[in-house]
Design a protein around this ligand. Structure first.
Ligand SMILES: [Zn+2]
Ligand SMILES: [Zn+2]
Ligand SMILES: [Zn+2]
Length: 118
């Protein structure tokens, strides 16, 4: 008599075919998604992608102590924190208005330059 009537008693799982090679053939950007080339994670914006990639590079990310917003550059964080501290270091020397950002002052001065036509 046979010890086992059926053959194929070996339980080989065919699910172990995990491909470790990243598929780079379909590398077209889809919508507004930005994909990390290191781990393949999709980020919604280029800034988020840059912040995410710091995880791989180990470089420092600056976070706002007030709201936790992340910044790549320290000067950007310092500029942002003025939103919370109310510090307005930029002063228009034409009218004395104060601004939190240099860009806001520049915009303001551009408007003033348009208004004051001699
Ligand atoms: Zn990544
Ligand atoms: Zn903040
Ligand atoms: Zn002004």
């Amino acid at each position: 008599s046979y010890p086992g009537s059926g053959h194929g008693g070996s339980s080989l799982s065919r699910d172990s075919q995990t491909s470790l090679t990243p598929d780079t053939s379909s590398n077209e950007p889809q919508g507004a998604a930005f994909t990390c080339e290191t781990c393949g994670e999709a980020l919604s914006s280029i800034t988020n992608l840059q912040i995410h990639q710091r995880l791989h590079t180990g470089r420092k990310i600056h976070s706002c102590t007030f709201c936790g917003k992340l910044f790549l550059a320290k000067f950007k964080l310092r500029e942002h924190e003025r939103v919370h501290t109310g510090e307005k270091p930029y002063t228009c020397d034409t009218c004395g208005s104060t601004f939190t950002h240099a860009s806001n002052l520049r915009k303001h001065q551009q408007l003033e330059a348009l208004k004051v036509r001699t």
